[in-house]
Design a protein around this ligand. Sequence first.
Ligand SMILES: O=c1ccn([C@@H]2O[C@H](COP(=O)(O)O)[C@@H](O)[C@H]2O)c(=O)[nH]1
Length: 278
Amino acid sequence: MSPLEPFGARLRQAMDTRGPLCVGIDPHASLLTDWGLDDDVAGLERFTRTVVEALADRVAVLKPQSAFFERFGSRGVAVLEKAVEEARAAGALVLMDAKRGDIGSTMGAYAEAFLRKDSPLFSDAVTLSPYLGFGSLRPALDQALLSGSGVFVLALTSNPEGAEVQRATGAGGAPLAQVMLDHMAAENQGVRPLGSVGAVVGATLGDAGVDLDINGPLLAPGIGAQGATPADLPGVFGPAVRNVLPSVSRGVLRHGPDAAGLRSAALRLVDEVREAVA
Ligand SMILES: O=c1ccn([C@@H]2O[C@H](COP(=O)(O)O)[C@@H](O)[C@H]2O)c(=O)[nH]1
């Protein structure tokens, strides 16, 4: 099976043409209720289809949150598989938010699940946790290179609890998040226009206080329901803001189930982000 163009290049183009925005597909039980749907597989299916149909031909990236599908077991995962396929067919890049992390031999299986082109859940990129050691991610990094997909590695997450681990001092005296970011920079060295190893850095952090110059994309969750706004991005990311992909889930999804409402919420955010990072 032929590899895709590298993820970093595809993402750069999608951000330039569609605008720098990732919309999360997070079918919370409360959102299903707000949309007049039951909290069951039929409600999940309807919610997901509505989001994909409304946004996949408009926004650069859709980010299904795997947990909300897994909670329905195999039938939920079947809904997820279909959503990934339809979103990609409509032109969106799909970032699977699965936050996998394990010893290398098991990471190989996660890499096959999400990053091998013939897998039912093949996605353009997947989120990974490096806190079993960055080297444990090697099978996923290798598989991403083979298939033209990408990874987003947790660095500084948007939740306040993350700091006790991520800002703890590593062996060389730098915060662990910086150690991970340095690994990502090494993976992306020399890649043009943008590396395929991205970092997750919350938009909620104030000043990130680390060196974010990794030559790769920076996924920034936390806008909307978690309290950050597009105007916060320059303060958090400094000069690296050009590589930021802001991510919003509930802040867009609450405008459903009307497709036009979802679309205009997303497009408004694209305008706000463009203005903030200009
Ligand atoms: O640091 C992180 C990493 C991932 N997330 C995920 O993003 C969305 C946020 O949803 P909102 O409704 O926009 O708050 C959710 O899927 C999280 O698991 C994050 O929030 N922070």
